[in-house]
Structure formats: structure tokens, C-alpha cells
Design a protein around this ligand. Structure first.
Ligand SMILES: [Fe+2]
Ligand SMILES: [Fe+2]
Length: 358
């Protein structure tokens, strides 16, 4: 009895193998794209920079970084109850996101091989990094007596199709936001070692440099395709992807504030910092960035947070399903409205094109 109170019970597919979390609009997504169009892409306008990035990938700075040391070798049963649940969720979400990067990059490397050798090798080396990241996180899950069946995940998840251009916007942002997320946690725990309750965070400093390099690769690819960055459509799409990535992270993290609290962080402050930094970084390549300092930005996101709390209450209520639909409708409409208003907020012109290869 005491034990069941202490250890949250996760649904298991097989003993020790955690059932993957249910897919929702907020869970990490798996992508696929038009591989032929990608293979035909002409990168000559920025080939020198791409070759320089490829050289960096080949050096493989983190070859010896992801090695579990003695600090992992202890019982983690003292992380229990709700905190344990939040830790497992954090590790699972991170592992799934890293693994989704691995699958996409690996597939791109395979399909581009022989057709676009520079891009193919870059994708292959990035998939090497993501495989390490996902593997390291999955191993961390085993400290909590669970693992993810990544083979099952590959087959069972639905894949979102994006044209290459949209893959670049989305992956560029997810790499850069990943960099800022990892480095912000690392720096906080460096200043507050008493909050570093589990050793994985110690690895985030070098780890985030992988994500930074991956982001730089996509930056260079977009500069090789100036039409992706310099027309009115590019401005609209940049707004859409910036907003989607920021809103998804914010809604996810605020509802997991207890996890961030367990490592001494305020989820809202953490997200505001990460959004501000990622937005600033994106301004080096995107033609516009969002006006995230406008108080309306977080006011509207907070309405969505409240709506999501209501939506969860409805789903967990005993009302019949058909009734739940009508109960949920106003909150969905409100979320849609907030997103539209956020999308139409006046953006800020970025001086990014100054350095573009045009
Ligand atoms: Fe990664
Ligand atoms: Fe990455």
C-alpha cells in the first residue's frame, strides 16, 4: 500500500517497457517530407559554409561525451511520487523528440545519398548525434525502471508530412529552441548545484552544442535557398512556425510547472527566457521575429493555458462523450481565436537578410 503511494504506476507494454504517451497536438511530432524535392535542392549559393559545417560534424566533438559515469550508479527510488512521474514524463518527451530527429535525419541521409552528397552526409552525422541523445535519455529512463521501445514507436506513430521548406523552418526552430532549453537548465543548475537532483543535467552543456550546430546547419541550408527567406510568404510562414513552436512549448511546460519546480526553476520564467532567446536567434535568419515583449503575447497564451485546464477537467469528468464534445467546444474556439490574434500581432522586422547569400 505504502509502496503504491510512493511509486506512480505507468502503463507498461511489457515488463519494464513503458507504453508510449498518447499522441496529442502537444506531444513531439514525427515528420516525413518530399525526398525527391530535397535531393534536387541546389545548395551551391552557400556551399562553402555547408562544407565547413560538415567538417565540424566530422570532427565529432561529443564522441566521448555520452558515457554514464559512477554518479548514475545508485538507487533513484528517493525521487518518488509525483516528482518521479514528472521526471519520467520529461525523459520520455525528450527521448521521443530526439528520436524523431534521428528518424528524419537518418531517412534523409539514406534518400539523399548519391544525389546530394554534402547534405546526405550532414544528415547522417546529425542522425548519429540524435541517436546518442535519444539513447542516453532512454538509458536514464531505465534508472526509473522503465524504457521506451523505440522500434515500436517508429512503427506506431503517425508521421506529419511537410514540404522541405517547412521541414527547414520547423527543424531549425526545434534545434535552436532545444539549444536554449538545455543551456538554460545547465546554467541554472551550475549556479544552484543543490537543485541538480539527477546527473543527466550535467551533460547538457556539451549536448546543447550539438543542437546549436544542427540549428546552424539549417540556417545555412535556408541561406542557400534565398527564396525561403525573402518574400512575403516567408514572413507569414516564419510567423506561423515561431508562434507554433513557442505556444507548444509554453502550454506543455506550464502544465508541468511541478517538474521545473523540482529542479528549482519557475516554468513561466524559464519559458519566457527560452522564447526570448530563441526569437532573438531566429532573427539572424528569418525575415521577421515575434514581438514577444508585448504583454499581449503572454496574456493570450495564458488564456490558452486556462482553457487547457478546463479541457482536461472535462476529459476527466464522468460526462458522456457526446456531451463532453459540446462542453469542450467553447474552449477549442477560444484557443483558435487566441492563436489567430497572436498570429496577427505585428511582428518585428529582423535585419537577417543583411548576411544572407542573395
Ligand atoms: Fe538532439
Ligand atoms: Fe539536434
Amino acid at each position: 500500500m505504502v509502496d503504491s503511494l510512493k511509486k506512480p504506476v505507468f502503463e507498461e507494454m511489457r515488463p519494464g517497457i513503458k507504453s508510449p504517451a498518447k499522441e496529442t497536438i502537444l506531444t513531439p511530432r514525427f515528420y516525413t517530407t518530399d525526398f525527391d524535392e530535397m535531393a534536387k535542392m541546389d545548395i551551391s549559393a552557400n556551399e562553402d559554409e555547408l562544407r565547413a559545417i560538415l567538417e565540424e560534424f566530422r570532427v565529432d566533438y561529443n564522441r566521448h561525451h555520452f558515457v554514464r559515469d559512477a554518479e548514475f550508479e545508485q538507487s533513484w527510488d528517493h525521487i518518488d511520487g509525483e516528482t518521479r512521474k514528472l521526471f519520467v514524463e520529461f525523459l520520455e518527451r525528450s527521448c521521443t523528440a530526439e528520436f524523431s530527429g534521428f528518424l528524419l535525419y537518418k531517412e534523409l541521409a539514406r534518400k539523399l545519398k548519391g544525389k546530394n552528397p554534402v547534405l546526405a552526409e550532414c544528415f547522417n552525422l546529425m542522425s548519429r548525434d540524435e541517436a546518442r541523445h535519444a539513447g542516453f535519455l532512454n538509458k536514464a529512463l531505465s534508472d526509473f525502471n522503465l524504457q521506451l521501445d523505440l522500434g515500436f514507436l517508429t512503427q506506431s506513430r503517425s508521421y506529419t508530412f511537410f514540404k522541405p521548406k517547412f521541414i527547414f523552418y520547423a527543424t531549425y526552430l526545434s534545434e535552436k529552441i532545444g539549444y536554449w532549453r538545455y543551456i538554460t537548465i545547465y546554467r541554472h543548475l551550475e549556479a544552484h548545484p543543490e537543485d541538480r537532483v539527477y546527473p543527466i543535467f550535467r551533460f547538457f552543456e556539451n549536448w546543447c552544442q550539438d543542437e546549436n550546430r544542427h540549428g546552424d546547419f539549417f540556417d545555412a541550408v535556408m541561406r542557400a535557398q534565398p527564396q525561403m527567406l525573402n518574400d512575403w510568404k516567408a514572413k507569414l510562414w516564419s510567423r506561423f512556425f515561431l508562434l507554433s513552436v513557442f505556444a507548444t512549448m509554453y502550454l506543455n511546460d506550464i502544465q508541468r510547472a511541478d517538474f521545473y519546480r523540482s529542479i528549482g526553476l519557475d516554468a513561466r520564467e524559464y519559458d519566457i527566457h527560452v522564447i526570448e532567446k530563441t526569437n532573438e536567434t531566429a532573427g539572424r535568419v528569418f525575415p521577421i521575429v515575434l514581438d514577444v515583449n508585448n504583454p499581449e503575447f503572454y496574456k493570450r497564451l495564458d488564456v490558452c493555458v486556462q482553457n487547457n485546464v478546463k479541457l482536461t477537467d472535462i476529459v476527466n469528468s464522468t460526462s458522456p462523450k457526446f456531451l463532453q464534445f459540446f462542453q469542450k467546444l467553447p474552449y477549442y474556439l477560444s484557443n483558435g481565436w487566441q492563436f489567430l490574434r497572436l498570429y496577427w500581432m505585428k511582428p518585428i522586422d529582423a535585419p537577417s537578410l543583411q548576411n544572407a547569400v542573395l
